[in-house]
Design a protein. Structure first.
Length: 331
């Protein structure tokens, strides 16, 4: 069957006349616009034009249903990615709300938190002292082994392989001891940073002396402005400026180049090394249909990559996103 473009008003007039004169045989009609911008009407859609967005019309020529334009594999992949990012955003917000609830139910005031921090620091210092004691022990052991080897050499004797092996093993133990001390120092620094962040969060949640349960209800809205990397657009114009600035933010903070760039998704190339940070920004809608830009950060799927994504460096990048965008749009 052939389809022809018609003037919309002429078609509707003819269509309504036919429907009125032959109601028993009136068929459902379809309306669509092809790639050339031509509006077409027909009771059948040719297979070669079935990918276009079309409307189903009733006997009065009114639209009763819409079939959206078929998406390419690339478009579907982007939609899937946006859906994943939306879920990631919701998961972060829900997790933050849960963390806040635990925080408010665990501590009565800031003094309680500071006392807990002090106890934690004492415990971690004790673990570091144990590691330092082990280091001194193996360093003393190495010194004795080296003296023994030096004495043999002074007496013109060959140092036995067993002695050399012992020295090598002790040197390896020293490296392990140093690594353990550094690990304990990093563990203490991380625990202190987390405690200090929780103290600031506790102050924020209780600053207006409201019921803690009400503070928890406001957590998602308040927390998103910084710690989960979210910018809420007040107007479409600001959102357009923010979207442009999001490109600059990714280029300044990511170690991988932008791989996908659409009107809803800026996606960095997947991390190739343990030190890589891949950033993406998606344009999503909240429950009120307001647009917001969500920053997501990916690291390589490895122990070092996971450690990087959990680091203060990544938290700082998330926290910097909203201020960067707001400064760029001139708010």
């Amino acid at each position: 069957m052939q389809t022809h473009p018609f003037s919309v008003s002429i078609f509707l007039a003819c269509f309504l006349f036919l429907c009125g004169s032959q109601p028993a045989v009136a068929k459902k009609m379809y309306k669509w616009v092809d790639e050339h911008g031509e509006t077409k009407f027909s009771d059948q859609v040719p297979p070669e034009e079935s990918q276009y967005r079309r409307e189903s019309l009733n006997k009065k020529g009114q639209s009763i249903a819409v079939t959206e334009e078929a998406k390419t594999k690339e478009q579907q992949a982007i939609d899937n990615r946006l859906s994943d990012l939306k879920k990631a955003q919701e998961k972060i917000i829900a997790q933050q709300a849960a963390n806040d609830k635990v925080l408010l139910s665990t501590f009565r005031n800031v003094k309680d938190m500071e006392a807990s921090l002090y106890a934690t620091m004492q415990s971690l210092d004790a673990q570091k002292n144990v590691a330092q004691g082990n280091l001194k022990r193996v360093e003393s052991q190495l010194e004795s082994q080296q003296k023994k080897a030096a004495e043999l050499e002074r007496n013109g004797k060959k140092v036995p392989k067993t002695v050399l092996d012992e020295i090598q093993q002790t040197e390896a133990q020293i490296q392990v001891a140093y690594a353990e001390i550094n690990k304990q120092i990093e563990k203490k620094n991380r625990a202190k940073a987390e405690f200090e962040a929780n103290i600031e969060r506790f102050k924020f949640l209780t600053q207006d002396n409201t019921d803690p349960s009400k503070a928890v209800e406001k957590t998602a809205e308040n927390k998103t402005v910084d710690e989960i990397g979210l910018y809420a657009c007040e107007t479409d114009a600001l959102c357009a400026k923010a979207w442009t600035s999001a490109h600059d933010f990714i280029k300044a903070n990511a170690t991988t180049p932008i791989d996908t760039d659409t009107d809803k998704l800026i996606l960095g190339r997947a991390p190739a090394t343990d030190n890589d940070l891949a950033l993406s920004v998606s344009k999503l809608e909240d429950e009120n249909k307001k647009q917001q830009l969500f920053l997501d950060i990916h690291c390589r799927e490895s122990s070092l990559g996971n450690e990087l994504c959990a680091s203060q460096k990544v938290r700082d990048i998330r926290s910097a996103f909203r201020p960067f965008i707001e400064a760029a749009v001139g708010k």
